[in-house]
Design a protein. Structure first.
Length: 346
């Protein structure tokens, strides 16, 4: 399959690119190379004859038309997005522009290309979204594909909007689409402003480890390489017009996650006192959802996919990767906003 991956130099996108090339797919990586992108993320496959890079913005219709005509992909895997909730609180406009306007521009370029090619039945537009569009859960219950949308942050609202656009292009124009909504990802190449890398890097530096509120917020953690496998599974076998929730079956409170990472670092880089002593509770961010949890039975029952990595195994792999790749994360720490507290506006 020839796949155009948008946002392929980002955290999840690069995992998809690496796995797709490894499995013999031809990949065109389209990325604008904004602050959270890094071409080092795809270095393991960059010299492959199956890999091509195109620097372009999904809001640039002329560039999209050129790239689609030049490469004629069998599928588009759309991951390009602004994704950091804290940044969306401080500056929502960029999220509206990229996640909504950018997705609409890409959808219409894809539709025009698909129609110009004779509307092939095998073509797919796979939109990658988040469980955050469903809002927040109480102590019990799970998000299903039929859970009503109830986004609570500018980020999740922009992703919910993009989901609706994708469904509209399917219903109105017949564009063959697939949608997936995933839980929190983690793993190698995770950008340093996100929770797990922040904990690792703050602990290594001997600095306070910030935990929002009391750390009671619960997330379902999905190892990024499992997610990449799920996305390719949906792309290859998913039913057109259908959505699939992707979860890791690994629910944890944030405070328990942070303590687990500290314990792993105590074993690998022991300090004078336990790393957990660095945990510092900070003022919660506005609109912080209490709990996310995914019912992933549809993708399991219909497509045969289940996660393969437990959170214990995945955290150990992630900590080891960050310890072994200091040059990668030190370079990214110099980028705008990384290492600063964001998302504090009430």
């Amino acid at each position: 399959m020839k796949v155009l991956v948008t946002g392929g130099a980002g955290f999840i996108g690069s995992a998809v690119v690496r796995l797709a090339v490894e499995r013999g797919h031809e990949v065109i990586n389209l990325d604008a190379l904004t602050y959270a992108a890094c071409l080092d993320n795809v270095a393991p496959v960059a010299r492959s004859s199956l890999y091509t890079f195109e620097q372009a913005d999904i809001r640039d219709r002329a560039a999209l038309d050129r790239i689609l005509l030049s490469h004629n992909p069998d599928a588009i895997l759309h991951l390009a997005a602004e994704s950091h909730v804290d940044r969306s609180i401080d500056g929502p406009a960029a999220f509206i522009d990229t996640n909504i306007t950018g997705t609409a521009t890409l959808l219409d370029a894809a539709r025009a290309h698909w129609e110009a090619q004779g509307r092939p039945e095998s073509f797919r537009f796979h939109h990658v979204s988040t469980d955050e569009v469903f809002g927040t859960l109480g102590d019990t219950g799970l998000f299903t594909e039929d859970t009503p949308y109830d986004p609570r942050s500018p980020y999740s609202a922009s992703k919910a909007s993009s989901d609706h656009l994708v469904r509209a292009w399917h219903e109105t124009y017949g564009l063959p689409v697939l949608l997936t909504n995933c839980s929190n990802n983690y793993g190698p190449y995770h950008f340093p402003e996100k929770l797990i890398p922040v904990v690792i890097l703050k602990a290594l530096a001997g600095e306070p480890i910030p935990v929002y509120g009391t750390g009671e917020n619960v997330r379902d953690w999905l190892y990024v390489e499992d997610h990449a496998d799920a996305l390719l599974t949906v792309l290859e076998k998913g039913q057109v017009g259908r959505s699939y929730n992707i979860g890791g079956h690994n629910e944890m409170r944030n405070i328990d996650l942070v303590r687990a990472i500290c314990g792993l670092l105590d074993e690998r880089r022991p300090d004078a006192s336990p790393h957990a002593d660095l945990i510092t509770f900070v003022t919660d961010r506005p609109g912080h959802d209490m709990r996310y949890a995914i019912d992933a039975s549809r993708i399991q029952n219909e497509l045969g996919w289940t996660p393969s990595v437990t959170v214990e195994e995945g955290l150990a792999r992630t900590v080891d990767w960050f310890l072994d790749n200091e040059e990668w994360w030190r370079a990214l720490q110099k980028r705008d906003g990384v290492g600063r507290r964001l998302g504090t506006k009430a």
